[in-house]
Design a binder for this molecule. Structure first.
Ligand code: ZN
Ligand code: FE
Length: 256
């Protein structure tokens, strides 16, 4: 029997998503990042849940800024990336790639995905086909490479690519519509991308989320995950070099 996880998703701040992950048997609830402590408390209370853990993907204030307030209010344990432990408010436990976190009977593997920040981690619930990827991958996009190198970020994206194709990627932002406008400039002939963009436009027109994103669909459409394809490498002017191709796409997006 699989272990059921109740995932509650809600918009926070301008374009962040908040996530509460609840394991009903144990009653444990994890807050994935803390963009807005008050909102998290309210959303938990509405469901009768008590937040017992905070899992931070990285130190940015729209991800860890609510830690102290939430910890004070709920008495929860703060778990975050070892690679940036000093920058995570209220940290109780530092984790890194290969570690396993427990939420009641459910287990999540920690994956190192540096690049956006140097210690950035993702959390993968394998049996539930769910990954919380923070600002590493977005629907049709990826995080800006602020602290790491293009090579490092490409390595991290390959770790995401290696997850089972049916994995649902829970990204931290709703950036999809603007990502889509860029993606079609990179691969104007990609049929799967065109179909995806049509769906995205309908979702946003109805004020509906485009997240989570199915990895399988991202593999077929997200330009940043496609830097290992020979035709993409050729189009970007870096045949045989996936990291340089990724860097070229990221640079174009930064200037877009
Ligand atoms: Zn960030
Ligand atoms: Fe962010």
């Amino acid at each position: 029997m699989g272990i059921f996880l109740d995932i509650h998703q809600f918009p926070c701040l301008n374009d962040n998503y908040g996530y509460l992950v609840h394991e009903p048997d144990s009653g444990e609830t994890a807050a994935i990042d803390t963009p807005d402590a008050e909102r998290y408390v309210a959303e938990a209370k509405l469901r009768g849940w008590t937040i017992t853990q905070i899992w931070n993907t990285h130190w940015h204030p729209d991800h860890a800024g609510g830690n102290l307030r939430l910890k004070q209010e709920m008495g929860c344990r703060v778990i975050g990336p070892a690679g940036e432990a000093a920058k995570i408010p209220g940290l109780d436990l530092a984790v890194k790639g290969g570690d396993v976190l427990h939420l009641g009977a459910a287990r999540a593997a920690v994956i190192d995905v540096p690049g956006h920040t140097l210690g950035h981690v993702a959390f993968h619930f394998g049996p539930q086909s769910v990954a919380f990827v923070g600002d590493t991958v977005f629907a049709l996009g990826c995080g800006r490479v602020f602290e790491g190198t293009m090579e490092m970020m490409w390595q991290s994206l390959q770790r995401i690519k290696a997850l089972p194709a049916k994995t649902q990627l829970y990204c931290a932002h709703e950036y999809t519509a603007s990502n889509a406008r860029f993606a079609v400039t990179v691969e104007p002939e990609n049929k799967a991308l065109k179909d995806y963009v049509g769906w995205i436009e309908r979702q946003r027109a109805n004020n509906l989320p485009t997240v989570p994103a199915l990895l399988e669909r991202e593999l077929a459409t997200n330009p940043f995950l496609r830097a290992d394809l020979p035709e993409m490498q050729l189009a970007m002017g870096h045949p045989g070099n996936a990291a340089a191709t990724f860097g070229e796409i990221r640079g174009r997006k930064d200037r877009f």
